[in-house]
Design a protein around this ligand. Structure first.
Ligand code: SF4
Length: 306
């Protein structure tokens, strides 16, 4: 065992996934932390933004409207004369029991977020590790670093069990570099090089992000993958030139991954009762993505696809 850890440290997550080949090298598990300090308008997981459990309501799945309405002690589920249901999120937010989810049988009510301990997560991962010679874990989200103690303790636990460790981060945490000794790979988003545009589209500035990318590039035992979510009309033209100028002088084993904007998370915005203002934006076509990948390769960057 490389490092002791406290298996009782706890936090809130939206889920775990096991036996995937995504988000890091080789076979791995992914832990999705809840809570994020960014509010990117193209976010595919808006249910991870808030730090507490959140109700997701899918009206088109409702089969037993009257029964569902009756399950809510706060009167937040209102039966319409049309037979449909409306969720009033005012009284709903104060409900600790979530009776609607517990009694729901048609999949129309889901609760995003549940408490988890370091020990509980490790117990899920270890059987998967036994099936693979080299196994890894990626801490994702939401923004994993916001639950700092939980994040660090889970990394220590992964190290103690000989797991490859990675984080997918928005790069904003001021102490991110303190966790590099526990990380084999940092996958850091770089959403916009211009600070004002970064604030406009994500709700936060980019100074800490740029600083953390520089620090990760200089970290001796941690690999760095910079991930760019490419959104048409927002960060796909001049911003790419500025991104290349920023990244090209960095170390050779820096990887760059470009993720084309997609609309797969739009249904979650609706289920949370939120308006997705980029709803009308078309998904990025593969030709545009290829052109930008080629441009980055010509600048000497190692561009990967996943
Ligand atoms: S979470 Fe509570 S208040 Fe909200 S709809 Fe469900 S039972 Fe009602």
């Amino acid at each position: 065992m490389e490092q002791a850890y406290d298996h009782t440290v706890n936090g809130i997550i939206t889920g775990t996934g096991h036996g995937t080949l995504r988000d890091g090298p080789g076979w791995r598990s992914i832990v999705y932390f809840k809570g994020c300090n960014f509010t990117c308008l193209w976010c595919g997981s808006p249910d991870t933004w808030s730090t507490g459990p959140e109700i997701m309501f899918f009206p088109d799945r409702v089969k037993y409207a009257a029964r569902l309405a009756a399950s809510c002690p706060a009167g937040a589920l209102n039966l319409q004369s049309s037979g449909g249901l409306i969720l009033d999120r005012g009284p709903c937010r104060a409900c600790p029991s979530h009776d609607c989810v517990r009694t729901c049988v048609d999949g129309s009510m889901e609760l995003s977020g549940y408490p988890a301990t370091v020990g509980g997560i490790i117990n899920e991962i270890l059987p998967c590790q036994r099936a693979h010679a080299h196994y890894g874990v990626t801490l994702s989200g939401g923004e994993a670093t916001l639950q700092w103690d939980f994040y660090l303790e889970l990394l220590k636990a992964c190290r103690a069990h000989g797991l490859h460790t990675a984080v997918e981060t928005n790069g904003s945490h001021p102490r991110l570099a303190q966790s590099f000794p526990l990380l084999d790979l940092v996958i850091c988003d770089l959403k916009h090089m211009d600070n004002a545009a970064h604030i406009k589209w994500t709700g936060q500035g980019n100074a800490a992000v740029l600083e953390n990318i520089r620090a990760a590039a200089a970290a001796p035992h941690t690999d760095l993958r910079v991930r760019i979510p490419l959104v048409p009309g927002i960060n796909d033209v001049k911003n790419i030139d500025h991104t290349i100028a920023f990244l090209a002088p960095m170390k050779n084993n820096l990887e760059v991954e470009i993720l084309g904007y997609h609309k797969m998370g739009v249904y979650k915005w609706k289920a949370l009762g939120r308006e997705c203002s980029l709803n009308q934006l078309p998904a990025l076509n593969s030709g545009a993505l290829q052109k930008i990948q080629d441009k980055m390769k010509r600048a000497g960057l190692c561009v990967i696809s996943s």
